[in-house]
Design a binder for this molecule. Structure first.
Ligand SMILES: [Zn+2]
Length: 329
């Protein structure tokens, strides 16, 4: 369980996606197309021959692609791992297709054409099914996430992105997310386009669409917890705000009593008010309850409040009398 906690949210999404059923034949082809766009490489072998290879960092995604190529197109890829010397030797899964299989793949994806002279050429093609079928749109975006997707830890940030190595893929991804009603945005990183989504709701919609329903539940939990924590922080700030107001009131009362004392002397007050005035003057920060406890005999909050109000009124009266006097002079 602890190991699972340390696993990134994105890799949990991938883990869920690679276990989904391979789906309908149209969708299988759409997912293959997306994985080919995002993590496939074509090498020219001369004489019109090509060989395709895929590099994927996620072993689960590589296994799924292996299954898709085998089941949908009857291909026999080879699968091996390489360790990059950089980045602490991260393992990369490499899938390779021989010339004949590559030809079958490119034909199935409508990316190879043969001209009148029998010469084969590669062409750039927008995959057809995902553009018109909703089921295939989901499959294509799933493949794109497996091949080039990542997402931030939702505890910290709601951010999901898909890298696009060429402008054509950028266009396809933008169109597909737009058709799905998701407002994606784009920025450039190291000369590469990155399509991204912000906001918990949009990310949840995207994950639902590509079939990561367990991840959506977990995202929803995170969102609720974050909202509860934010509400708790707001409530705490509000308490703080109240006590600041209380402090202000105490300071104002102490100041009014100081003026009263300067202008007419506290000894002129009835004994009960005198004791209260001295207590407040010495303790401007105390709450009403604490002030009441200082009295002999102790007083309740409302009695303290009543006496302080009486003192404030006397101070105000004194001040307005003075102003009147000033007016006359
Ligand atoms: Zn489909």
């Amino acid at each position: 369980m602890r190991g699972r906690d340390r696993q990134s949210f994105a890799s949990r999404v991938r883990e869920e996606l690679v276990r989904l059923p391979l789906g309908k034949t149209c969708c299988m082809l759409s997912e293959i197309a997306a994985l080919t766009y995002t993590s496939g490489h074509l090498a020219f072998r001369g004489g019109g021959a090509f060989s395709a290879s895929y590099r994927l960092e996620d072993a689960g995604a590589a296994r799924r692609l292996f299954q898709l190529l085998k089941k949908r197109l009857g291909l026999s890829p080879t699968l091996h791992f390489t360790q990059t010397s950089m980045l602490g030797g991260r393992l990369t899964c490499v899938l390779e297709l021989n010339g004949e299989d590559t030809r079958s793949l490119l034909t199935a994806l409508h990316r190879m054409e043969t001209d009148e002279d029998g010469q084969t050429r590669l062409k750039r093609a927008v995959p057809r099914h995902p553009m018109v079928r909703q089921c295939c749109r989901r499959a294509f975006l799933r493949g794109a996430f497996l091949g080039a997707g990542s997402m931030a830890n939702p505890e910290k940030e709601y951010h999901l992105e898909l890298k696009a190595e060429d402008a054509q893929l950028t266009g396809i991804l933008e169109k597909l997310t737009e058709k799905s009603g998701l407002p994606c945005r784009r920025y450039e990183r190291k000369g590469m386009d990155v399509i991204y989504l912000k906001g918990a709701q949009h990310i949840a919609d995207f994950l639902t669409m590509i079939g990561a329903t367990r991840a959506v539940l977990s995202l929803e939990n995170t969102r609720i917890n974050k909202q509860l924590r934010a509400a708790a922080v707001r409530a705490a700030n509000c308490d703080e705000h109240n006590s600041e107001k209380m402090l202000d009131a105490g300071q104002r009362q102490a100041e009014a009593i100081r003026q009263l004392s300067l202008k007419q002397g506290l000894f002129t007050l009835p004994p009960a008010l005198q004791a209260m005035a001295r207590a407040r003057l010495e303790n401007p920060d105390m709450s009403l309850k604490e002030l009441g406890e200082l009295m002999d005999p102790p007083l309740g909050k409302s009695a303290v409040n009543h006496r302080l109000r009486r003192l404030m009124e006397m101070a105000e009266e004194l001040e307005s009398n003075e102003e009147e006097g000033d007016g006359k002079a």
